[in-house]
Design a protein around this ligand. Structure first.
Ligand SMILES: Cc1cc2nc3c(=O)[nH]c(=O)nc-3n(C[C@H](O)[C@H](O)[C@H](O)COP(=O)(O)O)c2cc1C
Length: 215
């Protein structure tokens, strides 16, 4: 896998819950599987259940916070996944956001959203609230968030998706972010690198080529 400096893409996928056996992780696993089809793209999952993120302002210099910020700062793009809890996105997703700094390392990063809910209206409210907060901190929240309703009947115990159309929609979170990144972020990164290094070859108009090369 290339790193970003060599033109590769790094995606960080945030799991927005720490509930044991959560369905958000099952949906996010499909997105990650879709990303892994691209050999030039590195993907890293942020799973808050494996971390000890401090409450906002409690320990701004914690090793976990620094590691999280470094990981996200190096990302070309971010996937944010959340369950719908009490008509909004999860407090765990908010805790991740709080630990990304103020100003946030998410500023200027493209972010694609995935939400899942037990209820029939899906994770619409969670996604709208999350979009609002991420936009506030300067992230470029991509259009086309994916909401999965009635998620308990969408996956089996092994995490297989039982509905092809829903699986396609969930996977589109990955392709949406990858397409945006390839079109908008990679050319910018390449251009910046070229500006630092100088163009690879000096262009000489054909009519001057003979003189210039003999000098
Ligand atoms: C604290 C809590 C609050 C919840 N509130 C809602 C809700 O407002 N609307 C809804 O559709 N489902 C709600 N649910 C159910 C979740 O949407 C359900 O657990 C679903 O599987 C997604 O969450 P998960 O990733 O934790 O599995 C709630 C679940 C929990 C644990």
């Amino acid at each position: 896998m290339n790193d970003q400096g060599n033109g590769g893409i790094r995606i960080v996928a945030v799991l927005g819950t720490a509930r044991p056996g959560n369905f958000t992780a099952k949906a996010l696993a499909l997105v990650i599987d879709e990303i892994k089809k691209h050999r030039d793209i590195a993907v890293q999952v942020i799973d808050p259940s494996t971390m000890e993120l401090p409450f906002p302002g409690a320990d701004e210099d914690s090793a976990q916070t620094r590691m999280l910020q470094e990981t996200v700062a190096e990302a070309t793009g971010v996937i944010f996944s959340t369950p719908e809890y009490h008509g909004s996105y999860s407090s765990v997703a908010k805790l991740v956001i709080e630990n990304l700094g103020f100003p946030s390392v998410l500023a200027g990063k493209p972010v694609a959203l995935l939400g899942v809910a037990a209820g029939q209206i899906g994770a619409i409210k969670a996604l709208e609230h999350l979009r609002s907060v991420l936009s506030h901190i300067g992230a470029i929240v991509l259009p086309g968030p994916v909401s999965v309703a009635g998620v308990q009947s969408v996956f089996d115990d092994e995490g297989r998706c039982l509905d092809d159309q829903i699986e396609k929609r969930i996977r589109s979170v990955a392709t949406n972010l990858i397409d945006y990144t390839r079109r908008n972020i990679c050319p910018r990164v390449a251009l910046e690198a070229m500006t630092r290094r100088g163009p690879p070859v000096r262009w000489v108009p054909p009519e001057r080529e003979a003189t210039e090369t003999s000098e």
